[in-house]
Design a protein around this ligand. Structure first.
Ligand code: PNS
Length: 159
């Protein structure tokens, strides 16, 4: 059983995340979308809400499930029996941070490796931060998130 963790904040999940999830689901037997529950950040959505949204948008993928985690990613990966972490790379600007994170994770837990999937070109500019920025100013972010996420974001910004 090849199980992979796709970790992130997913605040909220975007079409870019969904692209990485669906491609990972074709490569691996099981994909666990790990939603970081970090008290130090002030996310727009609670970890439970983010998990729920991901589970809804991935309901057509039988081998994908979302789960919240806190603490170290490598500990979560080991607990779930996943020796691989997958991350998406959108642009060169992502690379430095991702390289440092994957090397740190490998140093503290050599059994766990990180694989990178490059973002599909049509999604390479999409990010959760951009979605929130557009929504904050009442703009149209509907192309950036799965349909069921649109009303949830609008509610948060009273649009
Ligand atoms: O979507 P994001 O915010 O870029 O995801 C970052 C995430 C959740 C993958 C990263 O912050 C993380 O793994 N946090 C858990 C704590 C941890 O393991 N830190 C050490 C890695 S350097």
């Amino acid at each position: 059983m090849r199980r992979v963790i796709y970790p992130g904040s997913f605040d909220p999940v975007t079409v870019g995340h969904l692209d990485i999830i669906s491609r990972s689901a074709q490569i691996f037997d099981e994909v666990i979308v790990g939603v970081l529950n970090n008290n130090q950040k002030s996310p727009l959505f609670s970890a439970e809400e983010r998990v729920d949204m991901i589970n809804k948008v991935t309901e057509n993928f039988p081998n994908v499930r979302a789960q919240a985690f806190s603490g170290l990613l490598v500990d979560f990966a080991k607990k779930e029996g996943a020796m691989v972490i997958v991350r998406g790379l959108r642009a060169v600007t992502d690379f430095e941070y991702e390289l440092q994170m994957s090397q740190t994770n490998h140093q503290i837990c050599p059994e766990v490796d990180t694989l990178f999937l490059t973002a599909s070109v049509e999604y390479s500019y999409v990010s959760s931060s951009t979605v929130k920025e557009i929504a904050r100013f009442g703009g149209d972010f509907s192309a950036f998130v799965p349909d069921i996420v649109i009303p949830e974001v609008k509610k948060r910004f009273s649009i």
